[in-house]
Design a protein around this ligand. Structure first.
Ligand code: ADP
Length: 502
């Protein structure tokens, strides 16, 4: 911890440090579909040693019920008004790894999937938003700040300030963290008005309206006291038309309140020296034997030839356009026909990509393995057993997969965008610097050339050794980011901080 920061904490009486409630649709290890869940799980753990009490409120999804029901304490229940309906919302409490998590229970809204899609998902999270706001005064915790995450919780500041005059909800400070601006929660205004009783005077281009829809993310940006996103580069990108998905102007208007704080990973969960999912343990000082065993075990599990010297290039990802699947589909044949390598994919998403990739696995039997689905253990085995992780993203707010990969000595090959730009330092053989590889334009040929360069480096053991050590020794723990969040929280409680709409 830097001395200057230690002084700041010491100056604050411990009881003056902000209390923070994180509101989120998912929270690892309870529920997770991607990076958002990882961050919501890791941030409170990293904040606690700094004296910032942080709790989480999240839906009581069935996947949580199945595993943790016996450890959950029932606190109380309320009835939440949602349009003409009067819906039960149970409030349960669970302590996981020392972090208190409040769970909003509703068999009706959180019975099956975390995200139901379409209007059903809108309903799920309108319910959650209302339940959070109505339950707040009854909780055994009075937060100074609520940190909302993405559109699923971004209506919280808007409703707090427009529908709870004089209540504690109105007085709390709100931070909106944007994990991915491509998902904004756009619905017909009549739907939103019906469910949340929104006054039509807010359905304007300054607040809620965007291209004839009510946009939840926009309302959050307009009403939060501060806005953060998950990497410095993405904080700049989302102010531009190319990356902002129509919210660039409002974000530029709020530029003074917008910051980018790089995500980190939970280095206990992702630790090749202790990981229970992998075939052998290893560290940056002694990785060769352990990583070789993990590679063999991965090849065996996936039915690939167990060849030590054939490089494995992997992907662990949602299968969407964002993640660069158009480039993969265009370039994979040429790569596999020219190079002797193995390609491993674990993911799920758009059916057009799933089908196309399954076809590649058939066509390049023995060279390509495709697993459709979500499998935490296999993901760890892939990071540990692979040589390279490919992330040719069209855009990437932060990206956690490349950070996890580096921790396991699996070198990232990325497109220079967002958090990938902020975390992957391209290899420079002259200086021995770098922890991965990068290409600039969203273009299949550039990606292909980059992969060929990477495979040349693979045949140079000294270069590979330096790269693997650089990657494994890089510090991507959440501690660094936690310090930046504490500074941001403290600034929010200073009187002059608020630049939000009234
Ligand atoms: P995003 O949040 O955009 O999906 P990130 O790189 O930020 O991407 O985070 C992805 C996280 O989800 C990583 O922890 C990655 O290992 C995990 N993940 C993605 N797809 C799968 C999958 N199919 N099975 C297991 N873990 C996955």
């Amino acid at each position: 911890m830097k001395r200057e920061f230690r002084t700041l904490l010491a100056e604050k009486n411990r009881k003056d440090l902000p209390k923070v409630l994180l509101a989120a649709s998912e929270c690892a290890p309870l529920s997770k579909t991607g990076g958002l869940g990882d961050v919501v799980g890791a941030l409170p753990k990293a904040l606690q040693p700094l004296g910032v009490e942080t709790r989480v409120i999240t839906p009581y999804h069935r996947c949580i019920k199945e595993k943790y029901a016996s450890q959950v304490e029932h606190l109380f229940y309320i009835y939440v008004d949602l349009g003409w309906r009067h819906e039960y919302a149970g409030l349960e409490k669970l302590v996981v790894d020392g972090v208190t998590v409040y769970l909003v229970d509703s068999e009706f809204f959180f019975g099956d999937s975390i995200y139901r899609g379409g209007l059903a998902e809108g309903e799920q999270y309108c319910f959650f938003t209302r339940a959070v706001l109505d339950a707040l005064p009854l909780l055994d915790f009075a937060p100074d700040i609520i940190q909302c995450n993405d559109w699923h919780t971004s209506m919280i500041p808007f409703l707090a300030r427009t529908q709870y005059p004089g209540g504690m909800q109105e007085k709390i400070k709100y931070l909106l963290t944007i994990h991915n601006i491509a998902f904004q929660g756009r619905f017909d205004f009549s739907f939103v008005q019906d469910l949340l009783g929104v006054d039509p005077k807010y359905y304007t281009p300054e607040v809620l309206e965007l291209y004839g829809c009510a946009d939840f993310m926009k309302a959050g940006i307009a009403f939060a006291d501060k806005i953060s996103t998950v990497s410095p580069t993405y904080a700049e990108e989302i102010k531009t038309p190319e990356y902002s998905d129509c919210l660039g102007q409002i974000l530029s208007d709020r530029s003074a309140d917008l910051s980018g704080i790089l995500n980190g990973i939970d280095t206990e969960v992702f630790n090749p020296a202790k990981d229970q999912h992998i075939a052998a343990h290893y560290t940056s000082r002694s990785y060769a034997t352990g990583k070789a065993k993990c590679k063999r075990a991965l090849q065996k599990r996936l039915g690939l030839p167990q060849k030590k010297d054939v490089p494995i290039i992997s992907m662990v990802t949602r299968m969407t356009e964002q993640k660069g699947f158009d480039l993969i589909l265009e370039a994979l044949d040429s790569i596999l026909e020219r190079e002797n390598c193995q390609f491993v994919l674990l993911g799920s998403g758009d059916s057009r990509y799933e089908t196309a990739m399954l076809y590649k696995a058939l066509r390049y039997y023995g060279h390509v393995s495709v697993t459709i689905g979500y499998d935490d253990a296999l993901s760890h085995q892939i990071y540990a057993g692979s040589d390279f992780l490919l992330m040719p993203s069209r855009f990437e707010p932060c990206g956690l997969s490349q950070l996890i990969a580096m921790r396991y000595g699996c070198l990232p090959i990325v497109r220079v965008t967002g958090g990938l730009k902020d975390t992957v330092i391209p290899w420079q053989c002259e200086t021995g610097e770098g922890n991965g590889f990068a290409f600039r334009d969203y273009n299949a040929q550039e990606m292909e050339e980059c992969v060929y360069d990477v495979l040349d480096v693979y045949s140079d053991p000294a270069a590979m050794d330096k790269l693997v050590r650089n990657a494994m020794e890089a510090d991507f723990s959440f501690e660094r980011s936690a310090e930046k969040y504490v500074r941001l929280y403290i600034s929010m409680l200073e009187k002059k901080a608020s630049g939000r709409k009234k």
